[in-house]
Design a binder for this molecule. Structure first.
Ligand code: RB5
Length: 148
């Protein structure tokens, strides 16, 4: 599977996205930027959905999604079958959501956290492996809820 990271933001997350893209480049991570391309007002689903689709289609391994609060992006991403998006504002949650939830999308709020913390969260999200085991049963139950 590709190691490319899908990155997307709305206008609220645009500046933080630039910092994260710079960070990804510095750590030698491949990424694809799904927009937006300026701080002009846009609708976050228009950027969230294509980035998540790239993950589902295997063109990207994980998504990093940023808006003002991270909430709109996480609500939208979690509506998409097969996406497990985690809204993180701390490093502990970023690590745990990979270990226990096998999250394939990370959402962050640019109006909530600063760039330094956001980059640390991205690193943990990318570097932490899923634990498997008992968590597989739980994740399967979560994914089955999509059929209700
Ligand atoms: C845009 O003002 C803001 O609503 C958006 O970035 C996000 O926070 C929505 O959840």
């Amino acid at each position: 599977m590709t190691k490319k990271i899908a990155v997307a933001s709305d206008h609220g997350g645009y500046e933080l996205k630039l910092e994260i893209l710079k960070h990804l480049k510095e750590r030698g991570a491949e990424y694809e930027d799904f927009g937006c391309d300026s701080a002009m007002s846009v609708d976050y689903p228009d950027y969230c959905i294509p980035a998540c689709k790239a993950v589902l289609e295997g063109r990207c391994s994980r998504a990093v999604l940023i808006c003002g609060t991270g909430i709109g992006m996480s609500m939208c991403a979690n509506k998409i079958r097969g996406i497990r998006a985690a809204l993180c504002s701390d490093t502990f949650s970023a690590r745990m959501t990979r270990m226990h939830n096998d999250a394939n999308a990370l959402c962050m709020g640019a109006r909530v956290i600063g760039a330094g913390l956001a980059c640390d969260i991205v690193d943990l999200f990318l570097d932490t492996e899923f634990e498997g085991g008992r968590h597989i049963t739980r994740i399967n139950k979560v994914m089955d809820a999509e059929n209700l």
